[in-house]
Design a protein around this ligand. Structure first.
Ligand code: PLP
Length: 445
């Protein structure tokens, strides 16, 4: 390394970057574990004091108001899923009526895939049940739960998932080429729904939602997205995606990753307004029109908004933290959050290139337009490296076969943390400390 490189990649330089960071003060809002470098905000975001405050407010309302909280709390609990939808709508680029906080991500995939299958020819409830069944286009690097849910929805409609769940193959085991999605759409005329992640959970590739929406619509298919790994880190324009800004059809996401809503926090969903008359596949009374819900009729009265895809009572204690957490991100500004996220991952990638040996490689695309909020660092002994790092207070996770995911979540991570994380990785492998760990265990990492 030259002298200038040494200066560029030093603790002093990292601290200079922190001094120049306009979002630096947000870190003080978060419960950063003492003495740790927390790099797992893409799996579970840290607790912001603003989220704890809204949770405490709801807990106090429960004590003071009890059943009256459904109406007398502020904001009232009855419309709380819709209220959070309004707060989140700017983060996903949609109207308030198109977004609601409800259920879990997996349940939302079930109900939305089921809903939209039922609008297609070739399904029992669809316009032409005798037509050939529709296909759902996914990819072979997807998060597993997405495929499980889609397969189950096919089975419930008497459709063979082995035939109709079609996975676009990755060329390199890391990324999915949008051109391959387009080619599959051109080859098969039976694709009814394209369901893709915004960001791949392992490599961190950011897919082009605009382009995929345009391609799906050009071939007469619906475009849905799993945005679990992007909402809160990457700005979205779901309502304007596609060739004519016609908008993506539907989307789901988690609230406990970059949104920092707490473990198992209630998920979010988006349904474009042109579909607000579709029948929810998993209907429940909480999706009923709120003005008639307590008439307790036995026929479902569609809410006429994305709120219709709620199922049961909003889980207040798993939803309340989302309010405070989202307000913090909105205040910081999602564009500035994204800018800092890219600066952090640029810096991390540069450090991996410069400071770690050839055994390491970066599996995340280097172009900003194709990169989400975390970096996949690949190493043949990735599992043991990740275990050694955890024992040294560097909280990362491992995804098979060889990926150490490092997420410098922009709301609370400093450039200094990134620098120190890479130095710790270097110390671990230079001293062979990772070889003291068992090759591969099980459990949650
Ligand atoms: C985290 C994640 C999920 C998790 O779904 P849950 O129902 O909250 O367990 C689903 N899909 C993707 C792509 C994820 O990253």
């Amino acid at each position: 390394m030259s002298d200038t490189d040494t200066a560029r990649y030093s603790l002093a330089d990292a601290r200079e970057r922190d001094d120049a960071d306009p979002l630096a003060a947000y870190r003080d809002h978060f419960a950063v574990p003492d003495g740790e470098r927390y790099m797992d905000g893409n799996s579970l975001g840290l607790a912001p004091d603003t989220a704890v405050a809204t949770l405490e407010r709801v807990t106090d309302e429960w004590k003071e108001l009890a059943i009256r909280g459904w109406e007398a709390a502020d904001p009232d609990w009855f419309h709380y899923g819709e209220h959070l939808g309004d707060l989140l709508a700017p983060l996903v680029g949609a109207d308030g009526d198109e977004v609601v906080v409800a259920n879990s991500t997996t349940v939302n995939i079930h109900t939305l895939i089921g809903t939209f299958l039922d609008t297609l020819p070739g399904t029992p409830a669809g316009p032409d049940p005798s037509a050939d069944p529709p296909a759902v286009l996914v990819n072979d690097l997807d998060f597993p739960t997405d495929h499980y849910a889609i397969r189950a929805q096919f089975r419930q409609r008497g459709i063979d998932p082995d035939e109709q769940l079609v996975a676009v193959e990755s060329r390199d085991g890391r990324t999915v080429d949008e051109a391959d999605i387009e080619a599959t759409l051109a080859e098969r005329d039976d694709v009814g729904i394209v369901f893709m992640p915004s960001v791949l959970y392992r490599s961190g590739q950011l897919l082009d939602i605009d382009r995929i929406t345009a391609a799906a619509h050009e071939h007469g298919a619906l475009a849905g997205f799993d945005c679990a790994h992007s909402v809160g880190a990457v700005p979205h324009a779901l309502g304007d995606a596609g060739a004519d800004d016609e908008g993506a059809d539907f989307a789901v996401w988690c609230s406990y990753k970059y949104l920092n809503g707490g473990p198992g926090a209630t998920a979010g969903l988006y349904v474009h307004e042109r579909h607000h008359d579709a029948t929810p596949a998993l209907a429940g009374w909480w999706g009923n029109d709120k003005t008639t819900q307590f008439e307790m009729r036995h026929t479902y009265d569609h809410a006429g908004t994305a709120g219709a895809w709620q199922i049961g009572t909003v889980p207040m204690l798993s939803s309340a933290p989302i309010e405070g957490a989202t307000e913090l991100i909105r205040e910081a500004g999602i564009d500035r959050v994204r800018e800092k996220s890219l600066a952090l991952t640029d810096y991390l990638i540069a450090l991996v290139d410069e400071r770690l040996g050839d055994a390491f490689s970066v599996g995340t695309p280097r172009e900003h337009a194709r990169r989400g909020g975390h970096v996949a660092i690949e190493h043949p002994e990735g599992y043991r490296v990740s275990e050694a790092l955890r024992d040294r207070g560097v909280i990362v996770d491992f995804r098979p076969p060889n990926v150490v995911r490092v997420c410098p979540a922009p709301m609370y991570t400093r450039f200094e943390d990134v620098f120190r994380v890479v130095e710790t990785i270097r110390e671990v492998v230079e001293s062979d400390a990772h070889l003291e760990y068992d090759p591969r265990g099980g459990g949650v990492t």
